[in-house]
Structures are given as C-alpha cells and as structure tokens.
Design a protein around this ligand. Structure first.
Ligand code: ACO
Length: 324
C-alpha cells in the first residue's frame, strides 16, 4: 500500500537558553518546583528578530532536506503547524518554500495548537496516500515565548521555542493510522486571543488578553484520563500490543503526564523518550524535535514501530501509529 515514509529529519533550537534559576529571578518560583512538577530544567528562547517562527521553520526544513539527501526542488507539498506565526499571511509554509528554494508547492499552515504537528503529518499522509503527492515537508515551529505572560508563574516557566521537520516520501508500507479528536468542553482552559484587534473594550483588557491563558491543573487531569485510552484504542484497532511499540513519541508538555501514560499503558518509561528537560514545551515543534534527537543519537532505527501522541488547546488531541 502506498504511504509516506520519513526519509529526513531536522530541527532547530535558538541558541539562547533560559534555566529554571533564570526564571527564579523573574517570578516567585524555584528550580526544585519546576523540576519536580514538570521535568523542565531549561528552554530555548528565540531572539524574536532573527529566529522568528518562519525562520526557525526554514532552518529545520533545510536540515531535514539535507538529512533526506534530496534537492528542495523535489518537494511538492509544505505544511507548517504553528500557533505563533510571525505573519498572519502569507502562511509560513510559503515563507519556508521561498527560504529553501522550492517552487510551485501545495502550501498551507495548520493551527491545532500543540498537536499541530500530528495533524499536519496526517494531512500530508492523506495527500500522499490519496492524491498523488510524492514528497512532502511537514514542520512544527513555535515561538511560544512571544505570547506568555511573564507575571504568571503557572505558565511562563513551561514554554520554549524551536522547530522540527520531517520529509515524507511516497513508498510501499503500512497505511498511516491515526486518531484525531477534540472537545469543546474545556475550551476555556487554554486560549490566547489574537493580536491587534482594535475594537476592544479597554487598552488594559486588550493587552492582557493577548497572553496565553491556561488552567494547567484541568488540562493535566483531562489529558491523563483521555490520551492513554485513545492510544490503547489505536493499538487495538491495529491489532498491536503496547509491548510491541519501540518508541512512544509523546508531546513534551510535562514529564508527570508522560509517566502517568506509561503506567496506564503498562509500558516501561524507557520506551517514552524525553527531552523536555532541555527544551520545555515547544508545542507543535516538540515531536519532530524529539524525533530528530532520537535519530542523531542512534535510537531510531529503520522499521521501528512508533506511536506519536499529542494534545493541546481546543482541547484537541492526536495519536498516530507508523513504522519508521
Ligand atoms: N513555581 C512555584 N509554584 C508554582 C508555580 C511555579 N512556577 N506555578 C504554580 N505554582 C503554585 C500554584 O500557585 C499553587 O500554589 P497554591 O497551592 O498555594 O495555590 C501550586 O503551585 C500548585 O499549582 P497547580 O497549578 O495545581 O500545579 P500543578 O501540579 O498542576 O502543576 C502545571 C502546574 C505544571 C502547569 C501542570 O498542571 C501542567 O503541566 N499541566 C498541563 C499543561 C499542558 O500540558 N498544557 C497543554 C499544552 S499547551 C498548548 O496547547 C499551547
């Protein structure tokens, strides 16, 4: 059966690092609390000038194309997942197309918050499996540090910037398999108003509203009760036992969420690679950044059975099964 196989992986993390101690100088927090509650030790910060979301997306894309050993002219489709674009339009995928020197691609962006990469990956797979696209570039890129409130210790310590990309090429293999779902029940738990809407009630309200707002405890509760069940549902559908999966590549939002998921699935934690300690939560970039790290470290091998899972604002979530 025709499906998209990952032939290239690349990522980009901006050089500036903010440690937990750096945050302790800004808000009432400390390294012990952040480490214990989230697993995060540091995160990368974009300078906001050179490393915009589209620039980081292009850097990750170039690295993935180089890793694939192909020419940018072979790319037929570019999908960028991002909730923090540096322009409203053109879409970031067009900026990436220009930066990598491709032309004539199907280009559009996806905004489904943290699961954006999983959503974009499935959209690209659909184009490969059903619409004749041979080579696609799927990117997750974020500059979350642009929208966090640095007086809110419950959110500002969580996020980091970066981008990750995969090159998918049509080939013979098992059909892409996924679950994408959402609920409106917890919409108010995680949101961010758009920037520069002039008809706001007051300047103060306008300013405050453009920050990310999150009820972390509610999101946490929802995720640990929903995601493992959906992962199991996909395993059952595919007739695979959790023990057969080589790597559970899970959205890097909180190490305690990952630990709880591993426990619920009855899988050793070693099967859940983590880099949250180095990157914080990079939203839609977290999974391709982690996949790239795994490849560089040699833990990702041809034929490995992979399950990706992510969740975020909406709330929405996605789970994928594929063979690398
Ligand atoms: N430092 C010290 N204390 C803190 C900090 C901090 N940085 N932040 C909160 N606290 C305090 C709170 O004020 C509270 O104090 P109180 O008991 O005196 O009221 C206490 O710590 C406990 O707060 P909780 O919010 O209950 O802490 P919790 O254990 O839930 O951890 C966290 C908070 C880390 C945000 C966690 O809930 C979480 O990770 N949730 C999931 C977030 C997530 O995954 N979001 C989805 C993706 S984001 C996207 O889509 C853009």
């Amino acid at each position: 059966m025709l499906t998209g196989k990952i032939i290239g992986l690349g990522s980009y993390l901006p050089p500036k690092i903010m440690t937990n101690d750096d945050f302790a100088r800004i808000v009432d927090t400390n390294d012990d609390w952040i480490t214990e509650r989230t697993g995060i030790k540091q995160r990368h910060f974009s300078d906001g000038i050179e490393d915009t979301s589209s620039a980081m997306a292009a850097k990750a894309a170039k690295a993935a194309i180089e890793d694939a050993g192909i020419d940018a002219s072979e790319i037929e489709m570019i999908v960028v997942a991002c909730t923090t674009p540096d322009k409203l339009f053109p879409a970031m995928s067009f900026c990436v197309q220009k930066a990598i020197g491709a032309e004539g691609c199907i280009c559009f962006d996806v905004n489904s918050a943290c699961p954006g990469f999983v959503t974009a990956y499935n959209v690209a797979q659909n184009f490969i499996e059903n619409s004749g696209v041979k080579t696609a570039l799927v990117i997750g890129a974020e500059c979350l540090t642009n929208i966090v409130d640095y007086t809110d210790r419950g959110t500002c310590i969580l996020f980091g910037d970066g981008a990750g990309a995969v090159v998918l090429r049509a080939g013979e293999g098992r059909k892409n398999s996924f679950i994408l779902r959402s609920t409106t029940e917890k919409m108010e738990c995680l949101y961010c108003e758009t920037l520069k809407q002039p008809k706001r009630a007051s300047e103060e309200e306008f300013e405050k509203d453009t920050y990310l707002h999150m009820n972390g405890r509610e999101v946490f509760r929802f995720v640990v009760s929903t995601i493992p069940a959906n992962m199991q549902e996909l395993l059952d559908r595919e007739g695979i036992d959790a023990s057969e999966i080589d790597h559970f590549v899970f959205h890097q939002a909180n190490s305690r969420i990952i630990e709880s998921t591993a426990k619920k699935l009855g899988v050793p934690l070693e099967k859940f690679p983590m880099n949250i300690q180095e990157t914080g939560n990079t939203s839609s970039a977290s999974i391709p950044i982690l996949l790239t790290k795994m490849k560089k470290e040699g833990t990702l091998k041809k034929g490995d059975k992979i399950m990706m899972a992510s969740f975020g604002a909406g709330l929405n979530w996605g789970v994928n099964y594929f063979e690398y």
